[in-house]
Write a protein that binds this ligand. Structure first.
Ligand code: ADP
Ligand code: MG
Length: 259
């Protein structure tokens, strides 16, 4: 799929800076994320990937700069002036942002809540009116089966289950832009494959997915475009094959033998 297939929501980052104790950890001049179905953010530990994702979600305030969301209808909003909740209502969602409030909820309820918020429905209505819940049941049952959650009435217990539930909740939100920070870290291989398939699917349906991931096989297989960061800056942005073969990427990240 090429970016021109249909317009997607994209995030434009301009002059975004963040320092800790006088040390600049993110210094991104101009960067557009989301023009391609799945984009990767790659770079060595400490490159500023997580900080940049949090700056986009405004869970870390910017020292300088602006971040805007441009929608397919050509309207735009300034994300860097919004709360995270407002951002979610504009369809910008980050994994691990959504789950924390719902740790005590059974898996099924947590999924229902995600669907409710995606459709601007009251969760109470979902719980109270069987017909409303039933209309979402197919979608939820599909995800429960596909990802192998055995007991939808249990609270997600293991770290892996919590992580997976978080991703599934993000998928159910059908966001305009989905930011994923190491979505497959710590998941078993078979679950990783399923998460990758689900990411491809949601991207094909129109969500712009931006993914930070240390598992390079995931990056090379999933991403249509990769941004390479080091020391807080964007060094290059290109297709995966070009990034993979670039001497600076090999030197700073991949190491000899990978090119
Ligand atoms: N709250 C913080 N206080 C001080 N330094 C931080 C803080 N958060 C991140 N850093 C530093 O910012 C740099 C970028 O970190 P991070 O964004 O987590 O990198 P990455 O996700 O690419 O590994 C690192 O050097 C890290 O030590
Ligand atoms: Mg990180």
């Amino acid at each position: 799929m090429t970016p021109s297939d249909f317009p997607r929501s994209e995030i434009r980052i301009s002059g975004a800076k963040k320092s800790y104790a006088g040390r600049m950890v993110v210094d991104v001049d101009e960067l557009v994320l989301g023009r391609h179905p799945v984009e990767g953010l790659l770079g060595p530990n400490g490159a500023g990937k997580t900080t940049l994702m949090r700056m986009i979600m405004h869970s870390i305030p910017l020292d300088e700069g602006t971040i805007t969301l441009h929608k397919p209808d050509r309207s735009s909003v300034v994300l860097s002036e919004m709360s995270t909740d407002e951002m979610v209502s504009h369809g910008v969602v980050k994994s691990t942002q959504v789950i924390s409030d719902f740790e005590q909820l059974p898996i099924l309820d947590s999924m229902l809540l995600a669907v409710a918020s995606a459709r601007d429905e009251s969760p109470f209505r979902l719980w109270a009116e069987r017909s409303v819940a039933a209309s979402h049941a197919d979608e939820i049952r599909h995800q429960l089966d596909y990802f192998g959650f055995r007991d939808p009435f249990a609270v997600a217990g293991s770290a892996g289950d919590k992580k997976l539930l978080d991703i599934v909740r993000c998928l159910l939100l059908k966001p305009a832009v989905l930011l994923l920070d190491e979505p497959t870290a710590g998941l078993p291989d078979d679950v990783t494959r399923k998460v990758m398939t689900a990411i491809k699917q949601i991207a094909a349906e129109g969500t712009s997915v931006v993914i930070v991931e240390h598992d390079l096989d995931v990056i090379w297989e999933l991403c249509d475009e990769v941004t390479f960061m080091a020391e807080g800056r964007v060094l290059m942005k290109s297709d995966p094959a070009t990034i993979r073969a670039h001497p600076a990427v090999v030197e700073k990240y991949l190491g000899a033998g990978h090119a």
